[in-house]
Each structure stands twice: as structure tokens, then as C-alpha cells.
Design a binder for this molecule. Structure first.
Ligand code: 2RA
Length: 351
């Protein structure tokens, strides 16, 4: 029979992108049940051109559901994903609750689709958006050259911090627009006042070298460790050397990263171009002489990982420098979730 889908967290920033994707993609689903907190129950949202009423998250909402896509905070997923599994659903979870669980595969279909088949807990995890902004391109290069080390600096959009992040940047931009702020220490900070929202410093007219929470004692942020741990798990490289610095920038949507990747074999720019141009889910946009390189304002709303500024490291024939950009709400979250759900349905034998 046609599989039934539940979307848990349907009203959030990622949830609304997810409903748009379900409306655009081939319609493989029977019922699509929209689930959210009791506060949002009763709201009507449009999916596949039809209005659907949002229902509150309870045990009964998973009755008859084959696949449940979760986009909710970690603690909600931790509590409710096992409930959905107990009711017979395969859960595709976009939170951090299960990503590093050895019994939960962490899946990016272009890179490790086959990992989705082995899911002892009935849960498949989707990586964090920052990892997803680069891993499709790196997976393709790894298959040819053998990845050994990554040094990453991210440039993360405010929508990575949800609706609150978007509202904060908008409020701060209004507070500073038309002024001559940004010329003396503290002037922007005073202008934005207490509208820091989820950020550690003003994000308008600024960059903030912090995303996520402090990992006790060592100075790394949770976001930086996610890049390391998730890249290792997805690529099946438990000893991959990874150093990341995560930075929040005044962009609404579209995460970018500057990546230094070191490989087992020598690399060439022509070879890397050929691999990236042929890689599913990647668009090569690399002609700096013509001003062509990806930027978040050009890639927002699109599905692929965009790659430009490909250079062989000047002092290392095994090193490549790249700049990658992707929509953090689409491939970085909703699209990968939908793709994994479609993968599960495609297995058809093991729903
Ligand atoms: C962020 N990566 O950009 C996070 C969201 N999961 O804040």
C-alpha cells in the first residue's frame, strides 16, 4: 500500500521548507499527517496544494504511520522518536539526539545511502546543517583521492538558529540601517541593545566566531565538534583529522564554508573540477576571472551544494582549498530528510 508519512515539527522554519519540498517532489505518500506542539494544534498548513490541520504530538498520532520525519529539538526527538518506532514507523530524525548513536546510521544519500539499510533502532539520523553544507562535495573528492584531514571555517546563516535567529537579524538590521554605526567600539552593540536573540554578540554589521554551546573545558563549540564527529561517521573515517571554527554571519539563509582538505593522493584542480562537475548534488561554479563563485545570496532556495574557489594548496600537492555554499534549510535539513524518507520507501521491502 502507499506509505503514510508523519511530519513532526511541521510549523518550524525547517518544517515549512519540508512541506514545500513534499509538494514539489514526486508524490509517493498516502496520508501526510502534520504534527506539532499542542500550542500549534489546529493550525492549517498547505501541503501538496491542500490544507491540512496540524495535530498535537501524542502517542496515538503515529498509528498507521510508515515513515516519521522529525524536525524538533533534541529532547523532543529523544522522547518521541522511540514512540513512533514502537508504533511501526521508521524515523528520519533531524535533531542531534541520535546522530552519534552507533546503532543509528547518519545518512547523506549522495554519500552513504547504503548505511540507511542498517538501523537497529528503527531511526535514521540526518546530519547537522553545517556538515551537510560541505559533505556531499567532500564525499565525491574522498572517493577519488582518499581524504585524510580537514580544516574548516564556517560562515553560518542566522536561520540555522531557527525563526528566532531570523527575527534577531531583521530587528538588528532595522536598528542599524541608515546610521553610521560600525565605526567605534561598541556602537553597534549599544544600538542593538538587548536584541541579541540566540547569538553571543551582534550579528548585524558583524561576524560572530561562535555557534552552538560550549563543550566543557576545552574551548570548542558543540557545532565545531559536530563537523568533526559527523564527517568521520558519514565518510567511515574514524581517524579523520578535523579542525573547525564556526562563525555566524549576517546572512538570512545559506551556510558557507572555507575548506582545506588534505588527501592521501596528489590532487589537481582539473581533476577536482572533473569530479565535482560530475558529482550528484554538486554544482561547480568556479571561474573567478569572470567573478563566478558561489555566495549564499545566490544559492539560497536551491538544492545543491555549490563549490567554487578550487585551488591546489601552494605548499602541499595533496591539499585542496575550496569554498562551498548550500541552503541550510534545504539540503542542510529538510531536503536531506525528505531524500532519506524517499530512500526508505524505495527499499519497499523493509518499511
Ligand atoms: C546552526 N547548525 O546553524 C546549526 C543549526 N542546526 O545554528
Amino acid at each position: 500500500r502507499t506509505p503514510h508519512l508523519a511530519v513532526v515539527g511541521a510549523t518550524g522554519a525547517v518544517g515549512s521548507v519540508l512541506l514545500g519540498l513534499l509538494s514539489e517532489h514526486a508524490d509517493i505518500w498516502g496520508e501526510i499527517r502534520l504534527i506539532a506542539s499542542p500550542r500549534s494544534a489546529g493550525r492549517k498548513l498547505t501541503v501538496r496544494g491542500e490544507e491540512v490541520e496540524v495535530v498535537a504530538l501524542t502517542e496515538d498520532v503515529f498509528d498507521g504511520i510508515d515513515v516519521a520525519m522529525f524536525d524538533v529539538p533534541d529532547e523532543i526527538s529523544a522522547r518521541w522518536a522511540p514512540v513512533a518506532v514502537a508504533k511501526g514507523a521508521v524515523v528520519v530524525d533531524n535533531s542531534g539526539a541520535f546522530r552519534m548513536d552507533p546503532d543509528v546510521p547518519l545518512v547523506v544519500p549522495e554519500v552513504n545511502a547504503c548505511a540507511a539499510r542498517v538501523r537497529p533502532r528503527g531511526i535514521i539520523a540526518v546530519p547537522n546543517c553545517t556538515t551537510l553544507s560541505m559533505i556531499v562535495a567532500l564525499g565525491a573528492l574522498h572517493a577519488e583521492y582518499g581524504l585524510r584531514e580537514l580544516v574548516v571555517s564556517s560562515y553560518q546563516a542566522v536561520s540555522g538558529a531557527g525563526q528566532a535567529g531570523i527575527e534577531t537579524l531583521r530587528a538588528q538590521l532595522s536598528a542599524v540601517s541608515g546610521t553610521e554605526l560600525g565605526t567605534t567600539p561598541g556602537d553597534v552593540r549599544r544600538a542593538v541593545g538587548d536584541t541579541l536573540g540566540p547569538f553571543a554578540a551582534p550579528v548585524a554589521l558583524n561576524v560572530v566566531p561562535w555557534a552552538g554551546s560550549l563543550v566543557p573545558d576545552d574551548g570548542w563549540s558543540s557545532e565545531e565538534l559536530k563537523i568533526r564527529n559527523e564527517s568521520r561517521k558519514i565518510l567511515g573515517l574514524p581517524d579523520l583529522r578535523v579542525s573547525a571554527t564556526c562563525v555566524r554571519v549576517p546572512v538570512l539563509t545559506g551556510h558557507s564554508a572555507s575548506v582545506h582538505a588534505r588527501f592521501e593522493r596528489e590532487v589537481t584542480v582539473a581533476g577536482a573540477h572533473e569530479i565535482l562537475a560530475a558529482a550528484p548534488g554538486v554544482v561547480l561554479c568556479d571561474d573567478p576571472a569572470e567573478g563566478e563563485f558561489p555566495t549564499p545570496c545566490d544559492v539560497v532556495g536551491t538544492d545543491p551544494t555549490w563549490v567554487g574557489r578550487v585551488r591546489r594548496s601552494l605548499d602541499d600537492p595533496r591539499g585542496l582549498e575550496l569554498f562551498v555554499c548550500g541552503d541550510n534549510l534545504r539540503k542542510g535539513a529538510a531536503l536531506n530528510t525528505v531524500q532519506v524518507g524517499e530512500l526508505v520507501v524505495g527499499e519497499n521491502s523493509s518499511l
